[in-house]
Design a protein around this ligand. Structure first.
Ligand code: ZN
Ligand code: ZN
Length: 271
């Protein structure tokens, strides 16, 4: 499920689904906890008290900002069992800041739910009788940034995280049923963000960043094709101003590179 939520302080972040939920039996697993993640969990009709695990792809605010609020929502829903959090080292500070912002006098009890597992190495990071979670490092210009693959009895789902084209992500996604991947639609970026800068060097730096630490549309199609995934789901779309009316722009490019089913993500979409 694409929870929606997302970048920085934008309240109506309608096309930048940075956060996702996997529902497995009675268990809810979150992948990232961006702005308004707790609200989106409620709107999705999920029980915050059933959140058993949270996987954080990397240390950018649009992916982490409301983890404290999510834990608080779980606690308020009656959660007393631990919530296991698999993350880059340092997510505890984001939790503490979030709980301070909420200012609830039960912050210590909320904080006590969180069991932190620091991810410093890729590989199999979690395994039980029916779920295996594997991570690889991706390309996002940071010390710790990961893509995750969830292998479950009925489905395998891969989340790219924020990344440029990366063969490690292709390998991770190989043969998966579903690949959820970020995208940057460069033609609109060129017309807006980049065109707004006067300095050619700044323009080039932005272009470089958005096409190497993030990924242009055609390469997302290439990743899906090379990995031979069963379905490509586009999520965390940049620029965020793209609406459902612009889906054809993405599809036009993606379909040239990948011939499987493609879903352009929307907040609260269930797949
Ligand atoms: Zn990022
Ligand atoms: Zn991001």
């Amino acid at each position: 499920m694409l929870l929606g939520t997302g970048g920085g302080q934008r309240i109506f972040e309608h096309r930048s689904q940075t956060s996702q939920a996997l529902v497995h039996g009675d268990s809810v697993i979150l992948i990232d906890t961006g702005f308004n993640a707790a609200r989106q969990i409620a709107w999705a009709g999920l029980d915050a008290g059933s959140i058993d695990m949270i996987f954080i792809t990397h240390d950018h605010r649009d992916h982490t900002q409301h983890i404290g609020h999510v834990l608080h929502a779980a606690w308020a829903a009656g959660r007393t069992d631990p919530i296991h959090i698999y993350s880059y080292p340092g997510i505890g500070d984001v939790i503490d800041a979030g709980l301070a912002e909420i200012g609830n006098h039960d912050a210590a009890a909320v904080r006590g739910l969180a069991v932190l597992h620091e991810l410093t190495e890729p590989g199999v990071i979690y395994r039980d009788d029916d779920i295996r979670v594997t991570s690889v490092e991706n390309t996002h210009g940071m010390d710790y940034s990961y893509a995750f693959r969830f292998d479950m009895p009925d489905r395998s789902v891969v989340f790219s995280g924020d990344t440029g084209y990366d063969e490690r992500v292709v390998e991770l996604a190989r043969g998966a049923d579903v690949l959820v991947h970020e995208v940057v639609y460069m033609p609109l970026i060129e017309e807006t963000v980049i065109a707004a800068r006067d300095d050619p060097e700044t323009r080039q730096q932005m272009r470089q960043h958005l096409t190497t630490n993030h990924i242009p549309t055609e390469l997302v199609g290439q990743v899906a094709s090379e990995a031979d995934v069963g379905m490509l789901v586009i999520s965390h779309i940049v620029p965020v101003e793209m609406t459902a009316n612009d889906d054809h722009l993405l599809l036009d490019v993606l379909e040239r590179h990948y011939d499987g089913p493609i879903v352009i993500g929307r907040d609260l979409m269930r797949l």
